[in-house]
Design a binder for this molecule. Structure first.
Ligand code: BGC
Length: 744
């Protein structure tokens, strides 16, 4: 790996070290004349294009205008005449290059020849699947995420897609919510870096990103999907909005309104969120789409008596396009004719849709030849990127007695757990165009990597949900005959996903009993967890010899797992979400506020009487095969002005015998402000490779403006005074120093 992560304005005073493994490094897709590529810069109206849009709008009938505001959902019965008659502006989910080509061609035959916008859920790769988004965040490597996203865009563009319904950048502090798998985790700074990387990568690859779900969906009460959210404005600005702003600055041209009601008003028809913050305050010039049929859901939310009111409230709030519903189609023209919706409002929405189409060059460039697609999917470049980023996403949670990487003395490996060989559970919840046949499972990966003379045996133990324990005895026999056991357990792809909220977060079914039986053999057990959310793996954390949290790693899953287990790659993933010990601790996150009664032994302090306050694993945590020591933190800017930049450095040394890839993290605590501030907030990080014995000073910088919190009207404020700066390998970093921000 020859990349290094740079925080905003970060300078790293070290030489890049040699690659730590022989696995080929990720690379961007080729610059391909047949596939477009777009710059990572905010969409701004330009006068020449706006003139073309004016001319087009002047010629459009009301029906054609309403058509542009409609995104259909493809099905077998999709009628090309919808595209040909211009009553549909966008379509999601068409199956392949030939279908896409036919649909675009039909739209070009419409009266005004306005091309249709083709989209789909390209969430973590298209044909070549990258890790599920929570794993992308766990890399703490925005550049690698950008490269992986570029491949997703490139493959999707090659079959004629223009647009993806991703990235999901909902902050969530509640692992009961199944959709945490689709997002960047709990932290606004990390999420903003990942959001910008995904957006710019998708653009480089050739498609436009959608920032979703705007906004607050990840705070669904009780972690139950689609449930209401209650977020005070200050928290909305401090935590939930920044990844959206970062994505827009990186060039996102579309935003999807969330299903949920925020503070009692559904996001789909929320004027403060859409017309207010997004379009007015931020100057967002792109289009806002609904989520799947969520305009109709306004009736269920109880804010519209019928479809007409739902359509009216949505468009008046700033929603430009309806996905997979008929509320706009059936009602908007009537609403305009009856004077309840101004024509200017419809025109403005149409303008935004057309602006995106013009920006993509759809009016001016040829459509890709559908025959090209086959040569651009699942290429060697995509696969090596998928393999590198999959390995980089995995988090080593435990490694007792240096069980990993496998020692040369390991000659017999027992792989236990049927998920070790189910391709779909390595792919994750949004398989896009991925094929099971392409996937390297854990079992296949270990078999392929095992050196001559090392055997890999397999026993499923139980079914993939581990409901039926009848295979336990055979699994225990297989384990007992081996030198080391690799137990692959966790959640199936459909157990962490949309509509997959859980109230219990342990390993599903009888997995823990199987694990106990394997551990009882006395053989070292390496637990490889597949899944998309933090789980309460307390017993495993104490009793497994090692735990590798692999998320859903994608097409190259098993190859990447083997890379890590055999030590070809150092595990460098870090947790993007706090792991609770018990569901009762949720919501649990590192950036909490202090309380008036910090936890002590005293009865009347802020604590539980039946569980620690501490998580099982903190945010930012993860082990390396190197042994990393932090020393000598220096604050380089003890006194800074409000427009200045904080700089600090620290000595990082690998005292171990293996190469180590460390994520150096900087957290800040604003000690006294006019509002209570979190005890830690991540503000910078850098990933460094260290050979055994190698030592470097790593410098991190934070613009003082990044220390701001927000008032309830969105104004950013930095209160002068003391800021404690922590640097270390997780949100539990202890070395710290003090910076004073001068108020003058
Ligand atoms: C999800 C979106 C997704 C859409 C289209 C909805 O249920 O919330 O994230 O893009 O479906 O498939």
């Amino acid at each position: 790996m020859t990349r290094i992560l740079l925080a905003i304005g970060l300078a790293v005073t070290l030489n890049l070290t040699a690659p730590i493994h022989s696995v080929e490094a990720a690379e961007l897709p080729p610059v391909d004349p047949a596939i477009p590529s777009y710059p990572a810069e905010p969409l701004r109206p330009d006068p020449a294009t706006e003139k073309r849009i004016d001319a087009l709008i002047a010629r459009m009938t009301l029906a054609e205008k309403v058509g542009q505001l409609r995104m259909g959902g493809w099905s077998q019965s999709f009628d090309l005449n919808e595209a040909r008659t211009g009553i549909i502006g966008a379509l999601t989910g068409a199956p392949d290059a030939a279908a896409n080509a036919a649909i675009v061609k039909a739209s070009r035959q419409s009266r005004l020849g306005i091309p249709i916008l083709l989209t789909d859920n390209v969430i973590h790769g298209f044909r070549t699947l990258m890790p599920a988004p929570i794993g992308l965040a766990a890399t703490f490597d925005p550049e690698l995420v950008r490269i992986a996203s570029a491949w997703a865009g490139y493959e999707a563009a090659s079959i004629g897609l223009h647009w993806t319904l991703s990235p999901m950048i909902d902050i969530s502090r509640d692992p009961r919510w199944g959709r945490v798998v689709e997002g960047p985790g709990e932290d606004p700074y990390l999420a903003s870096r990942i959001s910008a990387a995904q957006v710019s990568g998708l653009l480089r690859g050739g498609i436009v990103a959608t920032l979703k779900h705007y906004v607050g969906y990840g705070a669904a009460e009780a972690g139950r999907d689609y449930n209401s959210t209650w977020i005070p404005p200050e928290l909305l600005y401090d935590v939930y909005l920044p990844p959206f702003k970062a994505g827009i600055d990186a060039g996102a041209m579309t935003v999807m309104a969330a299903f949920n009601a925020l503070n009692g008003l559904p996001a789909t028809a929320n004027p403060k969120l859409l017309n207010g913050i997004l379009k007015h305050d931020w100057g967002f010039a792109g289009l806002v789409t609904s989520d799947w049929d969520s305009v109709w859901e306004l009736e269920n939310h109880g804010i519209a008596a019928d479809g007409a009111e739902a359509a009216r409230k949505a468009i008046m709030a700033g929603l430009d396009m309806e996905m997979a519903g008929d509320m706009f189609k059936d009602n908007l023209a009537n609403e305009v004719e009856a004077g309840r919706v101004p024509l200017a409002t419809v025109n403005e929405a149409v303008r935004r849709v057309l602006r995106v189409k013009f920006r993509l060059g759809l009016f001016d460039r040829p459509d890709p030849d559908p025959k090209l697609a086959a040569t651009r999917l699942l290429t060697a470049g995509a696969k090596k990127t998928a393999r590198e980023i999959a390995a980089a996403s995995m988090v080593l949670l435990e490694n007792h007695n240096d069980t990993l990487p496998f020692k040369p003395s390991v000659r017999k490996i027992a792989v236990i757990g049927s998920m070790a060989d189910t391709p779909s559970d390595h792919m994750g919840p949004w398989g896009a165009n991925g094929r099971e046949a392409d996937v390297v499972t854990t079992l296949a990966g270990l078999k392929a990597r095992a050196p001559d003379g090392t055997t890999v045996s397999f026993a499923p133990g139980c079914d993939r949900e581990c409901k039926d324990p009848s295979g336990f005895a055979a699994a225990v026999d297989t384990a007992a005959a081996a030198d080391i056991v690799v137990a692959v357990m966790g959640e199936t792809w459909y157990h962490t996903a949309e509509g997959a909220s859980r109230t219990r977060l342990g390993l599903p079914g009888h997995y823990e009993e199987l694990l106990e039986a394997l551990v009882a053999t006395g053989k070292p057990v390496v637990l490889v967890v597949l899944g998309g959310r933090p789980m309460t793996i307390n017993w495993a954390s104490r009793n497994a010899a090692a735990i590798l949290y692999a998320w859903f790693p994608g097409t190259e899953a098993g190859a990447a797992i083997a890379d890590v287990l055999f030590g070809d790659v150092d595990p460098s993933g870090r947790l993007p979400m706090t792991f609770p010990r018990a569901v009762g601790q949720i919501p649990i996150y590192y950036a909490r506020l202090p309380t008036g009664r910090p936890a002590t032994g005293d009865q009347y302090s802020s604590k539980y009487i039946d569980e620690d306050n501490d998580p099982l694993y903190p945010f930012g945590y993860g082990l390396s095969y190197g042994r990393i020591v932090y020393e000598d933190l220096r604050i380089l800017t003890p006194l800074v002005g409000r427009d200045g930049t904080i700089a600090a450095d620290i000595r990082v040394t690998n005292v171990g015998t293996h190469q180590g890839t460390e994520t150096v993290q900087l957290y800040v605590h604003d000690l006294v402000a006019n509002r209570s501030r979190p005890i830690r907030e991540l503000k910078a990080f850098a990933k460094v490779n260290l050979a055994p014995g190698e030592s470097h000073r790593v410098e991190l910088k934070v613009p003082v403006a990044d220390l701001a919190y927000h008032l309830d009207d969105g104004t950013a404020v930095v209160d002068p005074g003391r800021f404690q700066v922590f640097i270390g390998g997780s949100s539990r970093a202890t070395l710290n120093g003090m910076v004073v921000v001068d108020g003058k």
